[in-house]
Design a protein around this ligand. Structure first.
Ligand SMILES: Nc1ncnc2c1ncn2[C@@H]1O[C@H](COP(=O)(O)OP(=O)(O)OP(=O)(O)O)[C@@H](O)[C@H]1O
Ligand SMILES: Nc1ncnc2c1ncn2[C@@H]1O[C@H](COP(=O)(O)OP(=O)(O)OP(=O)(O)O)[C@@H](O)[C@H]1O
Ligand SMILES: [Mg+2]
Ligand SMILES: [Mg+2]
Lengths: 221, 221
């Protein structure tokens, strides 16, 4: 599904150079469910952004769904990403001027689909995260955990082949966290989605097939 | 320290009326360390916003530090709040145009304090959350957990009498979460701060003196 080869990522800020990822070699197989763990600041979100083609590595190669994607235009990357990837961001990135419904609809606008089919899919996604009653709210009118659930609904509504989940239960109580975990497991087992989930919760990580540990930008164990 | 009597909070959105808090009666004693738990959307952040004088109840009375604060002007409330309350927000609310240093400095600008004394206090606070190396970064150049730690540093730098912590470890690994818990316990035991901490983590709640459980805006058990 996704293969990272000898990947480095460097961030430059005024005078500080941060090596956020160093010599990363990771392959995510089709249909795998993998957890990523490690201390705050060790490179997990950076890894997911590179896997999701939202950011380019400073060094190294990415292969995606058997495509060598180095040298693809931004436009081609964006289209490929919209069709293939669902992303649950650590800080949600909801659009505050749009309602919950409109936020969740966004991934579907890139596809050939009738308005009524979109409406049906959005309702299903919101139903699954128990937020159908908040369809007309704006994100600023929701609790933190409700915003996180909208982000989850938006990421799954398009039935993505690759789901990247960056701490998807950080703002949720344990019951809701388990409900979200069931959704992810269902997507993986029944829809065949490949899933990479960053989490600080070792109990959630126990539900995955393997755990990638990062420390200071490097893979350990 | 803070007393809520018969407090209701209603939010109005187009046609939906949400009773976020209903008939809440809570007293936080001086020097108490209390946890607040409950499902996503049950009113925890709303409770903290009212305790921190950032929002007014729809019904009921608030007594703060033995002051009856109903009828205080916005200006008087703001000044009182700046001197007394430290707030760790669930979504951090850092200012992206300012550096980490300047973000943490904000609570101290309201006090009579030399620039060198401010600088010393800010360095201590950033040291405690292990972020001194990131002093000149902007929030958008930080990881999610690093942003959370800046929010924590800003909340503690002024040595507040009341610290309101809304899920302060949601984006942190378990080791860092324990470090933050030690900071809170130290503030409580050695500086006498009253602390109200919303958390989904029952292991953190075990370190507090009592747990307030909310469900659908009401206190339970
Ligand atoms: N500005 C607003 N307008 C309308 N409804 C709101 C607003 N802010 C909060 N609410 C609603 O009030 C209820 C309580 O929200 P609150 O943020 O206090 O929940 P919470 O317990 O902190 O949840 P979480 O654990 O998900 O952070 C939620 O159902 C939410 O949708
Ligand atoms: N735009 C940026 N400019 C400079 N440095 C950055 C930038 N984005 C991230 N970093 C740095 O790169 C490192 C890795 O960041 P990343 O967000 O991947 O960490 P993380 O493992 O997701 O942490 P957390 O668990 O706290 O979310 C951090 O030290 C961070 O400060
Ligand atoms: Mg992160
Ligand atoms: Mg909340």
């Amino acid at each position: 599904m996704v293969q990272l080869e000898n990947v480095d990522k460097v961030y430059q800020t005024d005078r500080i150079e941060t090596l956020a990822l160093s010599n990363v070699n990771i392959t995510i197989e089709d249909g795998e469910f993998v957890a990523v763990m490690g201390p705050s600041g060790c490179g997990k979100s950076t890894l997911l952004n590179i896997m999701g083609l939202l950011d380019a590595p400073s060094k190294g190669q990415i292969q995606f769904d058997n495509n060598e994607i180095n040298g693809w235009s931004d436009r081609k990357l964006a289209r490929f990403r919209n069709e293939t990837v669902g992303f649950i961001f650590q800080s949600f990135h909801l659009i505050n001027d749009l309602t919950v419904f409109d936020n969740v609809e966004i991934p579907l606008l890139y596809r050939r689909m009738s308005a009524s089919e979109r409406k049906k899919r959005i309702a299903e996604a919101l139903e699954r995260v128990s937020l159908i009653s908040r369809m007309k709210h704006r994100p600023s009118q929701l609790s933190g955990g409700q915003q996180q659930r909208v982000a989850i609904a938006r990421a799954i509504v398009g039935n993505p082949k690759l789901l990247l989940a960056d701490e998807p239960t950080g703002n949720l109580d344990s019951q809701m966290g388990e409900d979200i975990m069931s959704i992810l497991l269902d997507l993986n087992k029944n829809s065949g989605a490949s899933i990479v989930m960053v989490t600080h919760d070792s109990r959630l990580a126990e539900n995955t097939e393997r755990v990638i540990h990062l420390f200071d930008g490097r893979q350990v164990s």
